[in-house]
Design a protein around this ligand. Structure first.
Ligand SMILES: Cc1cc2nc3c(=O)[nH]c(=O)nc-3n(C[C@H](O)[C@H](O)[C@H](O)COP(=O)(O)OP(=O)(O)OC[C@H]3O[C@@H](n4cnc5c(N)ncnc54)[C@H](O)[C@@H]3O)c2cc1C
Length: 580
């Protein structure tokens, strides 16, 4: 076993982790631990754009952006955090530009901007062009740009290192334990500050836009430490996944003029959101699509999807602005977007919830207290700037703004703090976890349990939820956890044992699915991405508050989930009816 010591350890090399590393490594000795090679992080799959009120192509300002973020998030957004994000957005984009990111340009050479759902001028008057982009490969460009800068700045990377435990002493974060994929060796990292930037957990669903690696490890690790997770019931379903596959077609397709149509060729969004139509926030569009299908206006042999129509756009325009996603339609569905409509249906996309933090990126132990030495940023965190529903292009923004803030805060803390003693035998938990799985002889297989988990989540906890469906999901998850206790991996070796790591990841998915469902059961209202058919209205009297879930173990050793709540921070916007 190897031991390492760094002032700051960052877990994750996506946009949030690398943006944090750029700040932290300027000030302190910093290591980035990542289970993937950095440029394979999911940020690289992001397509449509990153928004900021640059006002390059039409009038705009950060206050309008803040309002849209709060309203888009169905008023569960912490408004102080949204103000920070929208105000700092302009510099976040310009910083990337200075680092060399090749944004699309206007004829005059300014950064070009396009429409995206829920982004409006003057508090909802009409849609506004706010998203900065590099064709439909914006995330790829961000990731490559940040990686280049990290290399230039000599950031130390530990690639294909899986962090599996957080070490804490007397309520302070003091290190992490990582498993090296190539060798199967464990590494103990002692650090003054630890930043989780480990991304989302979309793999709890079957139909998802998320990469296979998005298994919520960071959330799962802090959860097992008894630390809270916030707003886990709020999962975003992106309207336009390729039907039956979930592969994402960016909202940029609608931003560039694409139209959703039902089997009667009707532009049905005109009925649901008369002002902004196809560019309503994602939760509304996803529900509208699911509703069209339920009411028998779906397309295809089973009426199971709707169509995304780009056929009225010039092929040259499609090639310039949407090259990758139109290629996906050709490759995966054999559809030619120049001339044919594309079958689409909502796909699980983004976790609004996560590790609660304040606007400095400091992780919280409860509603108010900071955990010394622990930080989180990006999709793993809940600041909360997205509330109950994230607006498109606000995540690439979030990872840059709050990645930067967490990197600065972690480094500043490390500059004054001392290294703490690690607990005795800090590796014990991970050794037990891994050796338990490697040597188990049970009959259960990881792939089968994961498939059953994803199936019940797709059926019971998706766009529409009821008490009955959520209870069914919970019963299924409990049964799957029992089966998981009997899981065995076939590969008993040490080197590149991805079989073993998939089993560990499945453990995180099961935990997080349970938190999601328990939080959703208790929220007897409909808000943003969480829609309860049995409580189909937003209830500001009882539920204008964040869910805080905690794991506790009772006297008999049973694991329980306890729910508490936290007030929403409101500054200037009062809840209003969400019409678009
Ligand atoms: C297909 C797709 C398109 C999208 N398009 C857009 C868009 O156009 N605009 C927008 O704003 N948002 C978009 N999003 C959302 C946005 O891309 C993500 O929310 C964001 O990039 C997440 O960044 P992150 O840095 O938090 O995490 P990620 O980029 O997911 O990185 C996570 C990192 O954590 C590491 N990691 C995870 N677990 C461990 C572990 N146990 N040990 C060590 N390392 C670990 C991984 O190696 C990885 O480096 C899109 C998402 C998808 C899936």
């Amino acid at each position: 076993m190897q031991r390492h010591q760094y002032d700051v350890v960052i877990v994750g090399a996506g946009g949030a982790g690398m943006r944090a590393a750029l700040e932290s490594s300027k000030r302190t000795r910093t290591a980035v631990l990542t289970k993937l090679y950095p440029t394979r992080s999911h940020t690289g799959a992001a397509q449509g754009g990153m928004c900021a009120a640059l006002a390059n192509v039409e009038e705009d300002n950060w206050e309008w952006h803040t309002f849209d973020t709060v309203k888009g998030g169905d008023f569960l957004v912490d408004q102080d955090a949204a103000e920070v994000m929208c105000r700092e957005a302009v510099d976040a984009v310009l910083d990337l530009e200075k680092m060399g990111l090749p944004f699309n340009r206007t004829a005059e050479g300014k950064i070009d901007q396009r429409f995206f759902g829920g982004h409006t001028r003057n508090h909802g008057e009409a849609v506004v062009r706010r998203s900065c982009f590099a064709a439909d490969r914006t995330g790829h460009m961000i990731l490559q740009t940040l990686y280049q800068q990290c290399i230039k700045q000599n950031v130390e990377f530990f690639n294909e290192f899986y962090v599996l435990d957080l070490l804490m002493v007397a309520g302070k974060a003091t290190g992490v334990v990582a498993y090296e994929l190539a060798t199967g060796e464990l590494h103990i990292f002692s650090a003054k500050s630890i930043v989780f930037a480990s991304g989302g957990f979309g793999k709890v669903f079957r139909t998802t836009s998320n990469a296979h690696t998005l298994t919520g490890d960071g959330m799962g690790i802090v959860w097992r430490k008894g630390l809270p997770l916030e707003d886990m019931e709020f999962f975003q379903f992106h309207p336009t996944g390729l039907a039956g596959l979930g592969v994402l077609l960016s909202e940029a397709a609608r931003g560039e003029g694409g139209i959703l149509r039902n089997k009667d060729n009707e532009r049905f969004m005109e009925r649901y959101a008369p002002t902004v139509k196809d560019l309503a926030p994602r939760d509304m569009v996803a529900r509208a699509m699911a509703n069209e299908v339920r009411e028998g206006r779906g397309c295809g042999p089973d009426g199971a999807y709707v169509m995304l129509d780009l056929t009225h756009l010039e092929p040259a325009h499609i090639d310039a602005k949407l090259p990758d996603i139109t290629e996906f339609a050709r490759t995966y569905l054999g559809v030619e977007p120049y001339t044919e409509q594309i079958p689409v249906f909502p796909t699980a996309h983004y976790a609004m919830g996560g590790i609660p933090t304040n606007i400095r990126g400091e992780a919280l132990a409860n509603n108010t207290d900071v955990i010394p030495g622990l930080y989180a940023a990006g999709e793993v965190a809940c600041v909360s700037v997205h509330g109950a529903n994230r607006l498109g292009t606000n995540s690439l923004l979030d990872i840059n703004v709050f990645g930067r803030r967490a990197g600065i805060a972690a480094a500043e803390y490390a500059e004054t703090a001392d290294f703490e003693e690690l607990p005795d035998a800090p590796e014990t938990f991970v050794v037990d976890l891994i050796e338990g799985m490697r040597t188990a002889t049970g009959e259960e297989r990881v792939a089968a349990i994961r498939a059953d988990l994803q199936a019940t989540m797709d059926i019971n906890a998706q766009v529409y939820r009821t008490e009955g469906s959520l209870k069914q999901a919970l019963t299924d998850i409990e049964a799957l956890k029992l089966r998981f206790a009997n899981v065995a991996v076939q590969d008993k070796g040490k080197r590149f044992n991805t079989d073993l790591l998939e089993a560990v990841e499945l453990g995180f998915l099961l935990d997080l699915a349970e938190v999601l469902v328990v939080s959703a059961l208790a929220r007897k209202e409909s808000r943003g991405g969480h829609f309860r058919e049995d409580y189909d209205k937003r209830d500001d009297v009882n539920f204008m508050r964040h869910t805080m879930a905690y794991r506790s173990i009772d006297a008999e050793g049973n694991v329980n989930i306890r729910l508490d709540y936290k007030p929403v921070v409101q500054t200037r916007y009062k809840p209003m009816e969400r019409k678009y």
